[in-house]
Ligand binder design. Structure first.
Ligand code: PMP
Length: 408
């Protein structure tokens, strides 16, 4: 008997499972629409020019020391400006606590631990559906997950009425995870007006909104526009938590750069206000949690992101490049829909262009997804989520024809 006889294989991550199946397929014209990573119109990964410029500027730095407080603080401050707004009072008054995190996943994981530590009996509500890893992340922190209505399969849009009902019926003071833009996997975002209503109801119910920002810039092409949901919650005086990932919008998947921030009380107008003291306390706890998980965060990616966000010329270049990526995806949405309509598909494909961000929640059934893989060598997750970044000018007609064949 060996020590680990009782270890059985873990469940496969659904997205990695798609990649494995894709890699195992010898077909030369196979297409991977599974992974949520940006690709150019040649289907190639992209290194952004702004990253190259920043590399040039930070080159020669000694990366052998561990990440200093100054380097961490810079990343946190720049990330906070990006999401809360350059001129936000939150920044000026230092009413937030933040630490660098290992991309979006790491930021969520630290928050989940933090939530468990200070609200040990709490649960968290996830949109139905959500990124498959959310439940695992909070589950590993022993925070039970529940769901709230989000997507409506008939309209392939937002089920706003049911969402509001669930927010209303959740016990006062519940934690909710929200995607502020480019929802994964549905590509369905509330309108500004709907966000205002959600924010007002959260206020009445005293719920805590935790925003998972994995695709800032990918919904509209404009990072400021994509922060609008969070700005609405800020205006309404919420205390909020926020996980930011730079994996997608800077193409830094492998560097694992992210930020976790948590706003302190913001309804305090007195100079005796203890917000700053609270921010210091929260930050020290977040740091303690990250210390026991991985010590300090890796320095190179943090230095790159700090440079890009703090250098006006490089940041301007980045904003243009985000726009280029988002526009290519929007163009592919329109082209895929047109191609399906040209084929006289009996189905309505309006949602392809109504949905935003990296993903299209196509409505394809599991059987249709299986058939696409088997007969057409096109791979996507079983829920019918298409990563639009995998669609290119060259393969879009083939993808449309294949979808038409399996759905007609
Ligand atoms: N949140 C959401 C909604 C995501 O889609 C992802 C990536 N798939 C993440 C967080 C985490 O991404 P990363 O850890 O690569 O930043």
């Amino acid at each position: 008997r060996s020590w680990w006889d009782h270890v059985t294989p873990a469940l496969k991550d659904p997205i990695n499972a798609v990649t494995d199946a894709f890699l195992a397929d010898p077909c030369p014209y196979k297409i991977n629409l599974g992974v949520g990573a940006y690709r150019d119109d040649e289907g190639k990964p992209v290194v952004l020019q702004c990253v190259r410029e920043a590399e040039g500027k930070i080159g020669g730095t000694n990366f052998l020391e561990s990440t200093s407080t100054a380097i961490s603080s810079k990343l946190v401050e720049e990330s906070a400006k990006l999401i809360y707004g350059e001129d936000s009072d939150v920044i000026k008054e230092k009413r937030f606590a933040g630490i660098p995190a290992l991309s979006g996943t790491g930021a969520c994981r630290i928050f989940a631990e933090f939530q468990k530590r200070f609200y040990p009996d709490s649960t968290i509500y996830f949109p139905d559906p959500t990124w498959s890893n959310h439940r695992n992340i909070w589950g590993d922190a022993h925070v039970p997950g529940r769901t709230f209505h989000y997507y409506h399969p008939d309209s392939k849009g937002l089920n706003f009425v049911a969402l509001m009902d669930d927010v209303k019926n959740a016990p006062d003071g519940s934690f909710f995870l929200l995607h502020p833009c480019a929802h994964n996997p549905t590509g369905v975002d509330p309108t500004d007006e709907q966000w205002r209503e959600i924010s007002s109801l959260f206020k009445v119910k005293n719920h805590f909104p935790f925003f998972d920002v994995a695709y800032q810039g990918f919904a509209s092409g404009d990072v400021e526009r994509d922060a609008q949901a969070i700005r609405i919650f800020l205006e309404d005086g919420h205390s909020i938590g926020c996980a930011q990932s730079f994996a997608k919008n800077l193409g830094l998947y492998g560097h694992r750069v992210g930020c976790l921030s948590n706003l302190t009380r913001i309804d305090c107008f007195s100079i005796l206000c203890n917000d700053k003291i609270q921010a210091v306390a929260i930050k020290s706890q977040l740091k303690q949690i990250s210390n026991t998980m991985y010590g300090s965060p890796p320095i190179h990616g943090i230095s790159l992101v700090s440079k890009i966000l703090s250098n006006p010329d490089i940041k301007a270049l980045w904003l243009k490049e985000v726009k280029v990526m988002a526009t290519r995806i929007q163009r592919m949405r329109a082209t895929l829909r047109e191609a399906l309509e040209r084929l006289r598909s009996p189905l309505n494909w309006q949602h392809i262009t109504n949905q935003v961000g990296m993903f299209c929640f196509s409505g394809l059934t599991r059987a249709e997804v299986d058939q696409l893989a088997k007969e057409f060598h096109i791979y996507m997750t079983h829920d019918g989520r298409i990563s639009m970044a995998g669609v290119t000018t060259k393969n879009v007609d083939y993808v449309a024809r294949a979808i038409h064949e399996v759905t007609a």
